[in-house]
Ligand binder design. Structure first.
Ligand SMILES: *[C@@H]1O[C@H](CO)[C@@H](O)[C@H](O)[C@H]1NC(C)=O
Ligand SMILES: *[C@@H]1O[C@H](CO)[C@@H](O)[C@H](O)[C@H]1NC(C)=O
Ligand SMILES: *[C@@H]1O[C@H](CO)[C@@H](O)[C@H](O)[C@H]1NC(C)=O
Ligand SMILES: *[C@@H]1O[C@H](CO)[C@@H](O)[C@H](O)[C@H]1NC(C)=O
Ligand SMILES: *[C@@H]1O[C@H](CO)[C@@H](O)[C@H](O)[C@H]1NC(C)=O
Ligand SMILES: *[C@@H]1O[C@H](CO)[C@@H](O)[C@H](O)[C@H]1NC(C)=O
Length: 600
């Protein structure tokens, strides 16, 4: 069949023949959906889904090699980031794959004008009714219901493709993906508490992690000023005009409220009052300004991110998708986990249009994301790194357990059919091409109990962290947690930052929030300030940070050595001297980091 295409026979002839009589073979299946999902009813045939088809990227190893070289300060190509044209070429599928997938789609009446393609042509997206998807994938979709969250999605536990397509398609979604992507923050619900400490910082000072004196109130209430003091960036002024930008992502109808942001600025960074961020709506995302539509997560991210880095220009990406599917009141779309829409958008941007540091505070249990899908999305993050963007993710709020910060309700069962008790790593924190940010609390800083940390079951350990992680593992007593985690997996978090008692403005009132959702925008803000310093000095941006952090950057971080991250009925891992699976390499010391990155 492929031979026909090679010979360049007429499209009509090829279309009529290639998939007739070609056997479907199972492409991917799951033993069962993750715990908590129940099969509700067959999916309505006319319900529309956005099928995303991932075509193999045979040159990804070459892109990865570029990533290692341009991110390694000891390599002569350090900082020589790739252009969009270069990464697009490296992520491009074989023409043969593009052609045969086109033929397959055409054989189902799906023509080019119905398709949308990613910048590198490696993802094809097409909206189809469930009935047609079932025919294409030789499967039956069901509505699955999650009683605990009252969510419904349309999925299947197995799908097939004509055998000839197997080597030309990595995956098709939504099929077997049952992830429940969530914001990684837990609200402490201290609504309306008087913020006396803000107006009268008269409580004296204590010694901060960098050895300087910081307001004693910072031990109970985290503000912009506290983070600047703790992480040693008091008095550093970033530029509004040198081209540096900070990016924050929002999903799940989390809206950043502008009135709340202005009130926050007036309380915590008056110089920023009246400033605004650029809003980018992706895939139907919006930023609804009705006060009741404000999201705690989006408010937290924008207030602290843009508050810490002002006057650096900020961009907030609001990505739509994954609306709740109401079985009795059919919604027209039921999309995939939404990182891919954001990635499609961002990777299609021209050079110079992407913020150089980007924070995301959303994630899910790694095991609920099919490995094929996790690997592809992770490769897209590598592409961003190769283009010189630092990509940060919160490490999760469940310690070594699932995303659930309440140890009593954690579910630590494997979803591979064996139902073993295991630690539950989080994704995308487990992707080796992102920088995962864990959480700390108090002064002196200790690990916060919910700081997500552990070892991937999908991604093997990248060499940049070999020595740091091996040294941590040798400190564990022999046999510790044997069988509960994968000692050869990508270990996370990489770094950490404060995660507790963050004072934000929400619906017009001050309130406290906690979570590694606080840590990621905080760490990212200091990375943005470092990029600012490098750009102003005529240097390239830092790009993918981990090779730098593990080789020399750690010497400019505050090592956190107290605390642990319980979960799954265990005490979790301990913070230790050096890297650990609770706080990574530690929290930032901006002035030290700045001196270091300016010397690279
Ligand atoms: C930063 O800006 C403030 C306000 O304009 C100024 O007082 C301060 O001296 C500046 N700091 C540095 C290091 O330039
Ligand atoms: C801030 O930016 C948003 C998004 O672009 C816009 O809708 C809003 O009107 C702006 N607000 C102010 C006060 O400039
Ligand atoms: C897995 O094991 C737990 C604990 O024994 C049990 O509660 C749960 O129902 C099991 N789940 C499945 C899917 O078998
Ligand atoms: C900060 O608060 C913690 C917890 O309340 C306390 O143990 C610690 O001593 C405080 N730090 C200082 C420097 O007072
Ligand atoms: C905000 O504060 C006002 C006045 O204290 C109070 O009436 C209102 O209920 C608070 N709103 C929220 C969302 O807590
Ligand atoms: C953590 O430290 C405590 C106290 O030193 C020790 O008892 C425990 O075994 C350690 N846990 C791990 C997993 O290393």
């Amino acid at each position: 069949m492929r031979l026909l295409i090679w010979l360049g026979l007429s499209v009509a002839l090829v279309r009529a023949t290639p998939f007739k009589g070609c056997q479907h073979k199972v492409k991917e299946s799951v033993a069962a959906p993750p715990r908590g999902w129940v099969k509700h009813a067959p999916a309505p045939k006319d319900h529309l889904i956005d099928l995303r088809i991932g075509l193999p990227r045979p040159n990804f190893p070459a892109l990865e090699q570029h990533l290692w070289e341009v991110s390694d300060p000891s390599h002569e190509r350090y900082g020589a980031h790739l252009s969009k044209a270069e990464t697009d070429a490296l992520m491009e599928p074989h023409q043969e794959s593009i052609d045969i997938v086109n033929e397959w789609l055409a054989s189902h009446g799906l023509e080019e004008e119905h398709l949308s393609r990613s910048s590198a042509n490696d993802w094809v997206t097409i909206q189809v009714p469930v009935g047609l998807a079932e025919e294409m994938l030789d499967t039956t979709y069901h509505v699955w219901y999650h009683p605990e969250s009252d969510e419904s999605i349309v999925r299947t536990t197995s799908y097939s493709l004509p055998e000839v397509l197997h080597e030309h398609i990595d995956l098709v979604q939504p099929t077997i993906m049952f992830s429940r992507f969530k914001a990684l923050k837990s609200t402490l619900h201290y609504y309306g508490k008087e913020d006396v400490t803000l107006t009268s910082p008269s409580g004296g000072t204590i010694t901060g992690p960098a050895g300087n004196q910081v307001d004693a109130s910072c031990n109970n209430t985290i503000t912009i000023s506290c983070l600047r003091q703790l992480y040693n960036a008091v008095g550093y002024n970033s530029s509004a005009t040198n081209g540096n930008k900070l990016g924050l992502t929002g999903y799940l109808e989390q809206y950043a409220n502008i009135a709340d942001l202005q009130m926050f600025f007036s309380l915590q960074n008056p110089a920023a009052y009246g400033s605004n961020f650029t809003l980018v709506d992706i895939h139907g995302g919006t930023n609804n300004q009705t006060p009741a539509a404000a999201g705690v997560e989006a408010n937290l991210d924008t207030q602290f991110g843009f508050g810490l880095t002002y006057p650096t220009p900020g961009t907030f990406y609001s990505t739509g998708g994954e609306p709740p599917f109401i079985p009795d009141d059919l919604e027209p779309t039921d999309s995939n986990e939404p990182y891919t829409y954001w990635l499609d958008y961002i990777l299609a941007q021209d050079d110079g249009n992407i913020p150089q540091a980007i924070s995301t505070s959303y994630g899910d249990d790694e095991q609920t994301v099919p490995q094929s899908y996790a690997e592809r999305v992770c490769a897209d993050f590598a592409t961003l790194g190769a283009r010189g963007v630092s990509v940060m993710f919160s490490s999760g709020d469940g310690g070594v357990g699932d995303g659930d910060a309440d140890p009593a309700t954690q579910e630590c069962y494997s979803n591979d059919g064996t139902n073993r008790t295991i630690f539950i790593p989080g994704f995308p924190a487990s992707c080796p091409y992102v920088t995962a940010v864990g959480g700390t609390v108090n002064i002196p800083e200790t690990a916060v109990y919910f700081s997500g940390g552990g070892f991937s079951n999908y991604f093997s350990r990248p060499s940049y962290q070999d020595s740091a992680v091996e040294s941590f593992l040798t400190k564990l007593a022999p046999g510790t947690y044997e069988g509960l985690y994968n000692p050869y997996g990508r270990a996370y978090p990489d770094v950490s930052a404060q995660a507790y008692n963050f004072l934000i403005v929400y619906e017009g009132n001050t309130t406290y929030v906690a979570g590694t959702s606080c840590s990621s925008p905080t760490f990212t803000s200091f990375v943005s300030l470092l990029n600012d310093a490098r750009i102003s000095a005529g240097k390239t941006t830092l790009g993918f940070l981990n090779p730098f952090l593990y080789s020399s950057g750690y010497t400019a971080l505050n090592d956190i050595t107290e605390g642990n991250n319980p979960g799954c009925g265990t005490e979790g891992f301990n913070a230790t001297i050096g890297w650990d699976a609770v706080t990574g390499l530690g929290t930032p010391n901006f002035e030290k980091l700045k001196a270091l990155v300016l010397s690279l």
